[in-house]
Design a protein around this ligand. Structure first.
Ligand SMILES: Cc1cc2nc3c(=O)[nH]c(=O)nc-3n(C[C@H](O)[C@H](O)[C@H](O)COP(=O)(O)O)c2cc1C
Length: 199
């Protein structure tokens, strides 16, 4: 089984990276045979959706006319058995590069599914997905809601927690010392829930 982590921060080895990899590490502690891999959105070439070419994606299920890395990441998501997706809040929204990528995938799904009757089902249908949201002075729940909506549109299955903040792992400020959201404890909980989904 293969887990794909998607890191939506523009900075490597910082808070988003720490918590996404922590969830994956906890999963591998429970199931050492799990393989994993990371995508750094900051390393990818991703253009915004051009929209004017929407007849292409409306007639080619889950394919895009723009030749960059956005759909290559979709292919990796399809191959994975479960996903862990994390993003931080930058100026009250996810980083622009991450938003461009989310916009591209949401466009693909929206233009195809809204134009076609008996559409080919989403290739991500039911894929278990753990979410990680990071902020500093605002509430990281905002990012979790954004990611939850993104997963829902793509027909993935966001894996929820039984305890606050419910939608996934949240981190505020220095995640190593966050006594409000307890991200490392929640990372353990989320990992256990994801493993349950896979077995
Ligand atoms: C450009 C920039 C904008 C930010 N804007 C916000 C914000 O609007 N609200 C907030 O709570 N934190 C904001 N922060 C703080 C980040 O959410 C915080 O530093 C987080 O750890 C960033 O994730 P990273 O460490 O993975 O890069 C911002 C940080 C940066 C670098």
């Amino acid at each position: 089984m293969h887990i794909l982590g998607i890191i939506g921060s523009m900075r490597k080895n910082r808070n988003t990276h720490i918590l996404v990899t922590r969830v994956i590490h906890e999963m591998q502690t429970l199931a050492p045979e799990l393989e994993s891999d990371l995508v750094y959105i900051a390393d990818q070439t991703i253009h915004p959706c051009r929209v004017v070419c929407s007849t292409y994606c409306a007639t080619h299920p889950y394919q895009c006319a723009t030749p960059d890395d956005a759909t290559a990441i979709l292919d990796r998501m399809i191959q994975a058995d479960a996903l862990v997706i994390g993003a931080p809040l930058y100026f009250r929204a996810p980083p622009a590069q991450f938003q461009a990528w989310a916009e591209r995938l949401v466009s693909l799904f929206f233009f195809y599914e809204s134009q076609v009757q008996n559409a080919v089902p989403s290739p991500l249908k039911g894929k278990p997905c753990g979410l990680v949201g990071i902020a500093e002075y605002s509430n990281p729940h905002q990012i979790l809601e954004y990611l939850h909506d993104f997963c829902t549109v793509l027909k993935m299955r966001p894996v929820l927690l039984d305890t606050f903040p419910y939608l996934g792992v949240a981190g505020q400020g220095d995640v190593e010392h966050d006594t409000i959201f307890h991200p490392f404890e929640r990372a353990k909980d989320l990992a256990a829930k994801l493993i349950k989904e896979l077995t």
